[in-house]
Design a protein around this ligand. Sequence first.
Ligand code: SF4
Ligand code: SF4
Length: 442
Amino acid sequence: MKARTFPGGIHPPGGKQLTEKKPIERATPPDRIVIPLSQHIGAPCKAVVKVGDLVKMGQKVGEAQGFVSVPVHSSVSGKVVAIGPFRHPMGNVQPAITIENDGKDDAAPPLAPLDPSTADPKSLIKRICELGVVGMGGATFPTHVKLSPPEEKPIDTVILNGTECEPYLTADHRMMLESPSRIIKGLEVVSRILGAKRAIIGIEGNKPDAIELMRKSVNGAGDIEVIELLVKYPQGGEKQLIKALTDREVPPPPGLPMDVGIVVQNTGTASAIADAIFDGKPLIERVTTVTGSGISEPKNLLVRIGTMASDLIAQCGGYKGDLGKLILGGPMMGIAQSTAEVPVCKGTSGILILTKQDSLMREPDPCIRCGRCVEVCPMNLRPYQMAVLIENERLNDAEAESVLACTECGCCSYTCPASRWLVHLFKSAKAQIMANRRKKKA
Ligand code: SF4
Ligand code: SF4
């Protein structure tokens, strides 16, 4: 059967060969961790510890503030030595809790396991929130919010996103190979909470071993299908995934997958959900791919949240060649960092290190109206037109051109022969429009 896909998109070089065959290794816990109070989309947490406190591994150190927020937990046992501003992977400075690791891994007692076949959905959702689960594909949207659609929006299908379409990253791939039943258990919890009759696991065709193993692993669970998708970026974007797998179209913003009866979860998130429900374990570690042409030994590492990127780079043999760029996330949607002294957060799927030669950037030229950006835009936008409007400070017109629908996938910038900084313009315009809206509301 022909692999399914969506209109638009690009085919960047994969880079996955560096780590796709490397089993997940447990990273050595650092002497010190830094837990940002905001590791999710929504209201930041409030610290519930103070400097000098002794904390256990898994203890809550930051309390959620409001519905769209989740708590954060310590990934080591030790002493709180600082609470204050620290560099964040988003590229800014945010409040964070620094804990000195005592090396004992003295764990807080886990919550009692829940049986999803008998527990009521509300208590399952409460548990997922309580243990700090967020979307781990990079979006970091609080999972309990996604699992609480309003009654008038029933969900009939859950999609598990196993595409990992960002070049270089292989954390989800390795998790599907090494803990398929854990992921499937998490998916079953999600289906049970939402009352969905159908579950689909979508995996790109460049992971034939994962497709085969997941098919074997779901054997017997008649309501779960594993579907192969064409290798194309951004196949893992929610809207593109939904279109490819179900032919349903999510309405433009503020439309959401729930408007077409679908909820999408990432493979790592499904695993974290299983940990929370079956083991009462908070989200304090994640698999992160450390890779690129500028690192000596690329690896997939199981990392304590709050570990510095610099610690992991050292555990991968250090830099190789001239350091050109350090990115948290993948090359398309990740965020370039000015220092490696930045902590791994719940959404850090990868640390990409590129040599100078591999990260050269051309100066932008004027647009030649070739239309390539329009052809590849998976959201059916006119990037060249939006860019001109933003450059001329016509934000209202850019909004009318649907700049808010831009998912910042980077396909337009990647393909532009004039090296225009398109996605950069769209990101700042979106931030400006949202700030203006907040100001107006206030
Ligand atoms: S970054 Fe935005 S405008 Fe550019 S291709 Fe992606 S969705 Fe379209
Ligand atoms: S791809 Fe670049 S040069 Fe071509 S139309 Fe779009 S912005 Fe202009």
